[in-house]
Structure formats: structure tokens, C-alpha cells
Design a binder for this molecule. Structure first.
Ligand code: T5A
Length: 223
């Protein structure tokens, strides 16, 4: 059995991850690929309960250490019960956020030590890393404006703009560090253009065709 591919979608609040998950899933299925769609934090019963605790805006103040450990506790469950079994069975896994989000939010946003995150990453994931990460990037105000229309903010969405600027910077740094894995997609453009850029990248992973010449895709080092 050939191991499946692991694709993650990343980016700040409201950049369009959830919207584009459905698009990518359909695109892969059109190419006869069995896809498991999932998200973090979450993806299993226990991990979804941890997600609720993490996003709850009315809870007691959550310490930074507790937040970081809960992210990795949820991830450990998710990997053991969903991600690894699917990949081993030859299915592709399409995941809305993964450990790059921890580097961005807990590392960039909360200013937690990168070495601590890396230590936990190695402990919880072993050698598991995504094969491809699509980083949807847009100015912070664009994403916030999009989610504002949705109503009440969760605990993360209620953070200050400076927090999200730090998150965005940390994501862009991840893209610079891992240009082979992380592909930057300009997300502040009309959805069809975003999806064309995504298709270009996924095509390469599928070995289907060359990049679209009008692509709005920017690789990590091209910023
Ligand atoms: N977190 C997570 C951490 O702190 N550490 C971690 O390790 C992990 C894994 C999870 C929270 O947890 C934090 C980060 C998060 O704050 P979440 O629900 O996964 O929360 O993440 P959110 O970013 O909050 O998800 P959102 O649903 O808010 O944003 P999406 O999924 O990026 O955006 P989406 O697709 O829902 O789109 C938002 C709106 O914009 C429109 C859509 O139609 C929708 O209305 N839209 C566009 N409009 C115009 N042009 C486009 N190109 C558009 N694309 C989408």
C-alpha cells in the first residue's frame, strides 16, 4: 500500500482555509484520490472537546503553557486516531491547520519559545510532517473584516490586531524556512484566482501539469 499524502492549509483568521478545503477535496476526488478531511485543533471526539475549551471565550484565563499543551494533546489524539491510520491506508489527509499554526499563534502570537514548540513537535509527531502546506496569506484587516460578518468572536479571534500581525509574520517566517514544503498563496484576491493558484500547486504534487503561467502563487522566498 502506497502511503497517502498529508496536505495542510494554514493562515490567519478568515483567510479562506475552510472555504478552500472543500474545493481541494473535490479537486482531489476528481482525480480518484481518497481524501480524509479534518481540522485542528480537533478531528477526534476528545480533540474536539479540547477545541471547545480552547476557543471558549467565557472560560477562566487560559495560561500560555496550558494552551500550548492542549494544542499538542489534541494533536496527539488526532495523529493516532485519524491522520496516521488514513495515511497508512493510502488515503490523503487534508487538514485545516496543523503545527505551523502552533509556531504562528503560540510562537509568534504568544511569544513562546520556539525550542519548546519544536521539542513538543518531535515528541508528539516523531517524523510526521506535512508533504505540502498551502499558506493562505492576506493582510490581517482583510481576514478580520471577513469573519466580522459571521458574528461573535471566539477566544483567539478576540485578540488585538498586533497579535494577528505577529501571527502573520511567524507564518511568513515558516514559509521562508521551509520553501519546499510551504507554498504561499495570495488570499486577498477573488476566490477563483485563489483557487487557480491552489490548483497549480496541487497539480505539481499530483504530477499532473506545469504551473499556470498567470498563477498568483508566490513561493516562500519570492516575497
Ligand atoms: N490555533 C490552532 C492555535 O492557536 N494553535 C494551533 O496549533 C492551532 C491548530 C482555530 C483557532 O485555533 C488557533 C488558531 C485559530 O484561532 P479555526 O476555526 O480553525 O480556529 O480557524 P479560523 O481562522 O478562526 O477559521 P475561520 O473559519 O475564521 O477562517 P478561514 O477558515 O480561514 O476562513 P473561511 O474559509 O471561513 O472564510 C471566511 C469568510 O471569508 C469568505 C468566506 O466566504 C467566509 O465568509 N472568503 C472570501 N471572501 C472574499 N474573497 C475570498 N478570496 C474569500 N475567501 C473566503
Amino acid at each position: 500500500m502506497i502511503r497517502g499524502k498529508f496536505i495542510t492549509l494554514e493562515g490567519g483568521e478568515g483567510v479562506g482555509k475552510t472555504t478552500n478545503m472543500a474545493f481541494i477535496k473535490e479537486y482531489l476526488q476528481q482525480h480518484d484520490i481518497a481524501v480524509v478531511v479534518t481540522r485542528e485543533p480537533g478531528g477526534t471526539g476528545l480533540a474536539e472537546k479540547i477545541r471547545e475549551l480552547l476557543l471558549d471565550n467565557d472560560s477562566e484565563a487560559v495560561s500560555e503553557q496550558a494552551e500550548l499543551l492542549m494544542m499538542f494533546a489534541a494533536r496527539a489524539q488526532h495523529i493516532k486516531h485519524v491522520i496516521e491510520p488514513a495515511l497508512t491506508a493510502g488515503k490523503w489527509v487534508l487538514c485545516d491547520r496543523f503545527t505551523d499554526a502552533t509556531y504562528a499563534y503560540q510562537g509568534g502570537g504568544r511569544n513562546m519559545k520556539i525550542s519548546t514548540i519544536t521539542w513538543l513537535e518531535n515528541l508528539v509527531q516523531g517524523a510526521l510532517r506535512p508533504d505540502l502546506t498551502l499558506l493562505l496569506d492576506a493582510p490581517v484587516e482583510t481576514g478580520i473584516e471577513r469573519i466580522r460578518k459571521r458574528g461573535a468572536f471566539d477566544r483567539f479571534e478576540s485578540e488585538k490586531i498586533s497579535f494577528f500581525e505577529n501571527v502573520r509574520r511567524a507564518y511568513l517566517l515558516q514559509a521562508e524556512l521551509y520553501p519546499e514544503r510551504i507554498k504561499l498563496i495570495k488570499a486577498d484576491q477573488p476566490l477563483p484566482d485563489v483557487q487557480r493558484a491552489i490548483t497549480d500547486v496541487v497539480c505539481v504534487l499530483l504530477g499532473l501539469s506545469t504551473l499556470n503561467s498567470s498563477s498568483s502563487l508566490r513561493h516562500g522566498r519570492d516575497k
